[in-house]
Design a protein around this ligand. Structure first.
Ligand code: TXA
Ligand code: MG
Length: 309
């Protein structure tokens, strides 16, 4: 159900939860200062309590109030990428960021989003925690209708239309004297080279000591079973997630990610396509992954690999 910014701000200050558009995906917002509302987010999503939340701020200057210390290059990174689709994990001031937000960790994740509605709301309300506005494990929401499918048509949503990026923020952490990407996202690792002088590494997920707890969980998955292939089998006649400029067997139903030279369009469409497969009751689909393994394509492939589990 559409609500205005003013209504959303009232819901939040009254201890409620509301969905908010960002440039990446829709977030499910609660006030940082209301632990009961934050608990409600975990319940609504069915989210494991060991998966921490990102604190969203209206400006980079505010980070100093919530983080204990800022690593080298922090200022240069945020001057270049904030507001924007970047999340940074920092040592938290544990008195200011409640344990439930950090899932008990000594660190906290911060982001300054670049969406006019999210920015205005944050200025009205102060810091908001926002996981992606989807049921745990499911594809994220990139438009109001997705949120309403997951949480019901009466659920309050600030309607910002379709999210521009369509993939979540990239998450950076400074550890062992270097910056690392612990979740691939809208900003490819190579984009940080200018600022850092090196490309941050993307460590393998370590199940015993995960740098990013969310990476341990099944995510982004439709009910529909996905097969990732470089070539669609000639005899196949079911659903295909692929590209408009490619030729597929005649009988297939194409769920389009746009054209094969545009990873931004594919990212923008991905979750809508994954959700649409379920809306149309598809049991299985082949996904055309014949694209280069570089830049944003790598993030797309990572999301698809998680989605097919
Ligand atoms: O684009 C985005 O980041 C969206 C929009 C709404 O801002 N939010 C989002 O939130 O994707 P969520 O909760 O779906 O994913 C947050 C990820 C999780 O994988 C979580 O484990 C990780 O951030 N995270 C949060 N706090 C962390 C911390 N202290 N250390 C490591 N990872 C952390
Ligand atoms: Mg999520």
């Amino acid at each position: 159900m559409r609500v205005s910014l003013e209504q959303a701000a009232r819901i939040l200050s009254g201890g409620g939860v509301v969905a908010v558009p960002t440039e990446t995906v829709y977030g499910l917002a609660a006030s940082l200062s209301n632990s009961a509302a934050i608990q409600h987010i975990f319940t609504l999503k069915g989210r494991p309590s060991d998966n921490p939340l990102i604190t969203h701020l209206s400006s980079a200057d505010l980070v100093k109030e919530y983080a204990k210390k800022l690593p080298p290059h922090f200022t240069e990174i945020v001057e270049r990428f904030w507001p924007g689709p970047l999340t940074i994990v920092l040592e938290a001031d544990q008195k200011k960021i409640p344990s439930i937000v950090r899932a008990g960790l000594p660190t906290a994740a911060f982001r300054v989003p670049n969406h006019p509605l999210a920015k205005s709301l944050l200025e009205m309300t102060g810091p908001l925690v926002m996981p992606s506005a989807n049921l745990s494990g499911r594809p994220s929401s990139t438009k109001r209708e997705h949120v309403e499918i997951d949480f019901g048509s009466e659920f309050p949503v600030v309607d910002g239309g379709e999210c521009v990026a369509g993939l979540e923020s990239t998450i950076l952490i400074f550890t062992d004297q270097e910056w690392k990407v612990i979740r691939l996202g809208s900003i490819p690792p190579s984009s940080f080279k200018d600022v850092l002088g090196y490309e941050p590494s993307v460590p393998q997920v370590n199940r015993k000591a995960p740098l990013c707890p969310g990476q341990m969980y099944r995510h982004y998955s439709p009910q529909c079973h996905l097969h990732l292939v470089k070539v669609i089998p000639a005899e196949y006649t079911g659903a295909v997630v692929g590209f408009e400029d490619r030729v597929y067997p005649n009988e297939i139903y194409l769920y389009s990610l746009g054209i094969s030279s545009d990873p931004y369009q594919a990212a923008h469409r991905l979750y809508d396509v994954l959700r649409y497969l379920d809306q149309r009751g598809e049991q299985e689909a082949f996904v055309d992954i014949d694209f280069p393994e570089k830049d944003l394509w790598i993030t797309l492939l990572e999301r698809l690999n998680k989605a097919k589990l």
